[in-house]
Each structure stands twice: as C-alpha cells, then as structure tokens.
Design a protein around this ligand. Structure first.
Ligand code: AMP
Ligand code: ZN
Length: 442
C-alpha cells in the first residue's frame, strides 16, 4: 500500500486513486527561457520517482508535465537577444529535454503540453469564470476575485481576508500581485493575441489549470511541484479550477523541498546555481546527481556540495562495479524486495530504499539472486545499475598489474603478493579471477 504526504491535509495518507488502477498526475514543468538549474531538476526527479513508484505498484499512470513557452521572462529574453519568442522557447526546450534524458527521467512516458497550443481553451476558461462571476475585466486584463471563493487558502493556510486587509505579514518574497486578485489574462498590445478583452496573453496560473484538466479531466489524483509553488501558484490553480467546475480539483498535492547552496535556495536570481552541464564539465556523470538526490528525503531541504556529489559518484561506481562481477540474474531475494517496496511506499523514502540496496549488495545471497532483485529495484531508482563500469585506471597501475600477471605466470607468487601490496598503497586492489586481473578502486 502506497502512502504519500498530502499538502492539502498536511498528513501522510494512504493513496487511493479516483479510478484505480488508472492514475492521473500533473507536474508543473519549466518555463523555457534559460537553462534549468539542479534545483529545478531535483523537483523533476522527484516527479519521476513518484511516477516510477506508481508504475512499480502496478498503477497505469498518465503523467502530464507542461512546458510554459509564453511568459514575461521569455519575452524579456527574446527582446534582449532580438529574437522571436518561439525561437527562445524552442532553444531552451531542447536543452531541457536533453537534461531530463541524461537524468533518466522517463520523458517518453510523459505528455508535455505547450502553453501556446492551448490559448483558445484558456480564453474560454476565463470567459466561463467571468460568467460565473468569479472574475472581472479591468483595463483589458481579467482578474480572479479571491474573496468570491470561500475555500481560498485551503492549501497554503493563507486566507483571502488576511491578504486583502493586509493583516497577514508576508515575509517571503511574494510580490504585491501575488497577494491580491490574481491575473487570469494580461493585457499585452505588443505580444498578445486577440481576445474578447483586446490583445493579451494568459496568466501563469490559468495555464496549468487548463493544460492539466484538458489532459486529465476536471478532477485528478496528483499534482506535484516544488514547495515554492504552494502559494500562490497552486492555491490559485485550485481557486480557479474549483470555481469553474464546482468539483474538487486534485486529491493529493505533493511538494518537494528545495535544493540549497550554503543555506540559501538555489535560484537564478541569487546567482548561486549550477546547471547539469556545469557538473558534466567537471567530470561528473548526470546519474551521480540522481543518486545524490535519492540520498535525501524529498520533503527535506538538501544542501548541495561538490564533496557530496563526489561521494555519490563513488558510491554509484562501486555499486555498478560490484554488480558487474555477479552471476546472471535468477530468482530474486524476496526479503529485500519486500523491504525496498515498504521503503518506497512509505512516502517515497528513497534514502531507506538506498540503504536496503546496499544491505542487499553486502548480504550472503547468491550474486545471481542479488542481481535479479537489484535490476528490479533499478526500475524505480533509474541509476542504470547494469551499465558497464568504466574505471579509469592510471597507466602506472596498469603497468604494475601487467608485471604482476607475468610474475604469477612464472609462479613467483611471493613477488606477486608484494606487488599487490604496492598497488594497494596507490589506492587499487587487484583480484585474480577466471577472466584475469580485476582492478578495483579502494
Ligand atoms: P521555476 O523555473 O522557478 O519556475 O521552477 C521550476 C520548478 O523547479 C518548480 O517546480 C520549482 O518549485 C522548482 N524549483 C525552483 N528552484 C528550486 C530549488 N532550489 N530546489 C528545488 N526545486 C526548485
Ligand atoms: Zn503549474
């Protein structure tokens, strides 16, 4: 039984889909105006793990993740570069798709609607909210009146009354726009499209309501994103969606905590960010980053350091190296598989799932059984555990290993042993196998 923390109830709840075994899930995707940083990618890996855990439990999941390809930031970038909005969006969509593929995010299992393909539906949606008297037009823009929706604040705990009267001090970095009636449609004579209210373009929140409901129906199971989206983004999505349909919008909201650098949120505006390409340039494998993410529970903030990434890379290499010497996968180890399932089903406890993996590796089960279980677990971990481990061995070590092989051939075992000790001092271990010398980093 899968249990997951629901931001709506602030509790870990048993997961019950609306129409089991089908599950509908929506994740707020990127705004394609720049490279993703590894904070954004942490949230996307969380969504991927959730999708894999649902699949592992036998659910049939439709996972939707939008791409916001029209927005203030994209327009700004296009102006700076003297390019079209479409060109900027296309370029950064390409980089985004490359990054997610490198992190083994199952993008081929995700429906990726583009905001610009849904403009007529967005206009209709806004019209319907005006007809239902939840929204009003002012100077060519349309706003949602948050006082008309009594349940406003049910997700974030921030009530419309407090916001409107200014009795709640918002210390966070919300703008004034966030805490008043929010824009469903923004007047824009320069880049806008024709609408009943003049030229304009959709607000950010309406995009997600329209694209999620168009693909998953009025009510669906899971909505995911980073914690910074709880307010105002997801609060506003709930308000406009439930005001329009009169139905509950989403049953489970799942939010991932931030990636930090020196205690501060990694963000473009603070300039304290790294991209996946930065890490690759420094010689790390993208999946080492995935391993690093898995070591911290998704509801805990995670401080990024290169030392931790280095350790994750080493652990991942060791894991693959160990497996590469094992027998062919046969009947798995039920005991460990059960413990792994318990961990992932307990609010996606991936740190515990990883320690189960290591206990299994070190256990006395036959290697063929361990291999069977580990490859099964890797359906969720997504670490390519079967990947051939390419260990970069310094030339000096290779020379000593060759010499040692020669010594063994002439049965100078004593000298061969001495050579092994010298190699060990340089940080490598040599094992004698049927296939020849096997070199491992210590
Ligand atoms: P943005 O590009 O800021 O709209 O963010 C895209 C997604 O990444 C959202 O789900 C954010 O919540 C998430 N996000 C942004 N910064 C971080 C961070 N430092 N750590 C984790 N997730 C983040
Ligand atoms: Zn969204």
């Amino acid at each position: 039984m899968l249990k997951i923390y629901n931001t709506l109830s602030k509790k870990v709840e048993e997961f019950k889909p609306i129409d089991s075994p089908k599950v509908g899930m929506y994740t707020c995707g990127p705004t394609v105006y720049d490279y993703m940083h590894i904070g954004n990618l942490r949230t996307l890996v969380l969504s991927d793990i959730l999708l894999r855990v649902l699949n592992y439990n036998g659910y049939r999941v439709k996972s939707v993740q939008n791409i916001t390809d029209i927005d203030d930031k994209i327009i700004k970038k296009a102006k700076e570069r003297n390019e079209g909005i479409g060109e900027v969006a296309k370029e950064f969509t390409k980089y985004f798709l490359e990054d997610v593929a490198k992190l083994n995010i199952s993008i081929e299992d995700i429906v990726s609607p583009r905001a610009t393909d849904y403009i007529p539906q967005m206009i209709e949606y806004v019209q319907s909210l005006i007809e239902k008297k939840f929204a009003y037009e002012k100077d060519g823009s349309v706003y949602f009146d948050i006082t008309k929706f009594p349940r406003y604040g049910k997700l974030s705990g921030i009530s419309a009354k407090e916001l409107k009267t200014g009795t709640r001090g918002l210390s966070d970095n919300y703008t004034k726009d966030d805490i008043t009636d929010f824009a469903l449609w923004k007047k824009d004579d320069e880049f806008g499209v024709t609408s009943p209210w003049g030229k304009g373009r959709p607000g950010w929140h309406i995009e997600c309501s329209v694209m999620s409901q168009a693909n998953l129906g009025d009510s669906f199971d899971i909505h995911a994103g980073g914690v910074d989206l709880i307010f105002p983004h997801h609060e506003n999505e709930i308000a406009q969606s439930e005001a329009k349909t009169g139905k509950k919008f989403v049953n489970y909201f799942v939010h991932g905590a931030h990636l930090l650098v020196d205690g501060a949120k990694m963000s473009k505006s603070l300039g304290n960010f790294h991209t996946l390409s930065d890490l690759i340039k420094r010689g790390f494998e993208p999946l080492a980053l995935r391993y690093l993410y898995l070591q911290t529970h998704y509801r805990q903030e995670m401080n990024f350091t290169f030392e931790a990434l280095e350790a994750a890379q080493t652990a991942l290499n060791r894991l693959r190296e160990d497996i590469s010497n094992w027998g062919k996968p046969k009947v798995g180890c039920a005991e460990f598989e059960e413990r792994f399932l318990q961990a992932i089903n307990n609010d996606l406890n991936m740190p515990e799932a990883l320690s189960t993996v290591w206990e299994l590796v070190k256990s006395d089960y036959p290697t063929s059984a361990k291999a069977e279980s580990l490859f099964k677990m890797d359906q969720v971990l997504g670490l390519n555990l079967g990947q051939e481990q390419k260990l970069e061995i310094p030339e000096e070590i290779m020379k000593m290993v060759k010499e040692r092989e020669e010594l063994r051939k002439i049965q100078s075992y004593h000298l061969a042993d001495q050579m092994r000790v010298r190699i060990k001092k340089l940080g490598y271990n040599v094992l004698d196998t049927e296939k020849g010398s096997l070199i491992k980093k210590l």
